[in-house]
Ligand binder design. Structure first.
Ligand code: R7I
Ligand code: MG
Ligand code: MG
Length: 360
C-alpha cells in the first residue's frame, strides 16, 4: 500500500476507533479517567475480537456519522456541494437519531429539511440567539476535508473549505477556528514521519493559527465562546494562546497531569475546550507514558485522549484522526478495527479521497 493511502486510511479509521472506544466513557463526563480503566476497556475489546462469530461491535456516534457524510459528499460530488452535504447530515440524523447528537444541532437539521436544503447556512446562524453554536461538532467531523485539500498544500484553500463545511451547522467563530486547527493538525500529520518533532509541529501550528486568528473577517465578530466559571483561573482567549500552553507543556521534563490538562486546555463539548486537548494528546505520544510501555504511539494517543475525561468520544476521534494520519493504518490494531463499527466504510471513503488526490 502506498504511504499516502495508508495515511489517508489511518486518518479516517483512527477517527472511527477514537469515537467508538471514547464513547464507552463519554456519558461519565468525568474530570479525568484513570488510564488503567481505559486500558481495561481496550483489553475487553481485544478479547471480544478473538471470538469468532457475532462478537460485540462498538457503535460509532454522531462524530463518525457526520464525518461519513462529509467524506461521501466530497467523493460523490468530487468537491464541495453545500446543499448535498446539508441533506446528508440531516437525513442521517433522521434515519438514526440516537447516535448521541449535540442537544441543539438537531434543530438545525430540522430547519434545513423544512427549507428543502435551499438556505444551507441560514439555520446555523440563528442558533443561540444569533451567535451560533460554539460546540465541537464542526471540528469532530472535519478530517475528510483535510484529506480532500491535502494535494493543494494551500492553508488558505483548506481554511475556506473547512469554514464552509462547519458553517452548515456551526457559525460561531470559535467552532470554525477549532475545525480549522483540527484540519491543519491532520494535514501536518499527513506530511510528517512517525519520528516528527512535537516542538516543531506546535510552532508550525502557532504560525498558521496566528494568521487565521488575526484576519479581520465576518465571523471574527461572533467569537464569544465559553468562559471558565472560576474567575481566578487564567483565561485563555485564542487558539494561539492554547497552543503556546501546549508548547510549554512539551518543554517540561515531566508532562502535566491529566487533571491539569483537563482544567487548563479543556476536554469539553465546545471546540475551544476540546480541539487543543486532541492536538496535545497526539503531540505527547512521542513522550513517555508510564502506564503504557507496550503500546504503540497511535494506541498511546487514544488512551491518553480518553483519560482526559469530559467529551471523550470527541477528543479521542480528533486525536485519533491526527495520530492515524501520522502513523498510518497499520498502526491501528486489527483487533480494534474488527470491533469498531464503520471501519471498512472509513477505509473505502479514504480510498475515494485518495483517488481524488491523485487526479490532476
Ligand atoms: O457541537 P455539536 O454538534 O455537539 C457535538 C458534541 C460532541 O461531543 C458529540 O459527541 C455529541 O455528544 O455532541 O452540537 P451543538 O448542539 O451545536 O452544541 C453542543 C452543546 O454545546 C449544546 O447543546 C450546548 O450545550 C453547548 N453550546 C452552547 N451553550 C451556550 N451557548 C454550544 N454553543 C453554545 C452557546 O453559544
Ligand atoms: Mg459523539
Ligand atoms: Mg462527544
Amino acid at each position: 500500500m502506498s504511504t499516502t493511502l495508508s495515511k489517508f486510511q489511518g486518518t479516517l479509521v483512527g477517527a472511527v476507533v477514537g469515537d467508538c472506544i471514547g464513547a464507552i466513557f463519554e456519558s461519565l463526563w468525568a474530570k479525568t479517567i484513570n488510564p488503567n480503566k481505559v486500558i481495561g476497556a481496550i483489553e475487553n475489546l481485544e478479547t471480544v475480537s478473538k471470538e469468532e462469530d457475532n462478537h460485540r461491535i462498538y457503535e460509532f456516534t454522531d462524530d463518525t456519522a457526520m464525518a461519513r457524510s462529509v467524506a461521501k459528499s466530497l467523493v460523490i460530488n468530487e468537491g464541495f456541494d453545500a446543499s448535498d452535504m446539508a441533506e446528508r447530515f440531516s437525513e442521517n440524523y433522521f434515519d438514526e437519531p440516537d447516535r448521541g447528537y449535540g442537544g441543539n444541532v438537531i434543530n438545525v437539521f430540522s430547519q434545513l429539511k423544512e427549507l428543502d436544503y435551499k438556505d444551507v447556512f441560514g439555520p446555523a446562524k440563528k442558533q443561540f440567539g444569533g451567535s451560533g453554536s460554539y460546540g465541537n461538532g464542526g471540528a469532530m467531523r472535519i478530517a475528510p476535508a483535510a484529506l480532500f485539500t491535502f494535494k493543494d498544500d494551500d492553508p488558505e484553500k483548506s481554511k475556506d473549505l473547512v469554514t464552509q463545511i462547519t458553517s452548515i451547522t456551526h457559525s460561531n467563530n470559535q467552532a470554525i477556528l477549532g475545525a480549522v486547527l483540527q484540519s491543519y493538525a491532520v494535514d501536518m500529520a499527513l506530511n510528517s514521519s512517525s519520528t516528527f518533532s512535537p516542538d516543531e509541529m506546535v510552532d508550525a501550528l502557532i504560525t498558521l493559527m496566528k494568521m487565521v486568528e488575526e484576519e479581520p473577517n465576518e465571523t471574527n465578530k461572533s467569537s464569544e465562546g465559553p468562559q471558565k466559571e472560576d474567575k481566578s483561573e487564567q483565561k485563555l482567549k485564542t487558539y494561539v494562546e492554547k497552543l503556546e500552553l501546549i508548547k510549554t507543556y512539551l518543554k517540561q521534563e515531566e508532562q502535566p497531569t491529566q487533571l491539569t490538562v483537563h482544567t487548563e486546555l479543556g476536554a469539553d463539548i465546545s471546540a475551544f475546550e476540546s480541539v487543543p486537548a486532541a492536538v496535545y494528546s497526539f503531540l505527547r505520544s512521542q513522550k513517555d507514558f508510564a502506564d503504557l510501555k507496550d503500546r504503540n504511539s497511535f494506541e498511546k494517543t487514544i488512551v491518553y485522549a480518553i483519560s482526559l475525561g469530559g467529551d471523550s468520544d470527541t477528543v479521542a476521534t480528533m486525536a485519533g484522526a491526527i495520530a492515524g494520519a501520522c502513523y498510518g493504518v497499520e498502526s491501528i490494531p486489527i483487533s480494534w478495527q474488527k470491533c469498531c463499527e464503520g471501519v471498512e466504510d472509513a477505509k473505502k471513503f479514504a480510498e475515494g479521497l485518495y483517488k481524488l488526490s491523485q487526479m490532476s
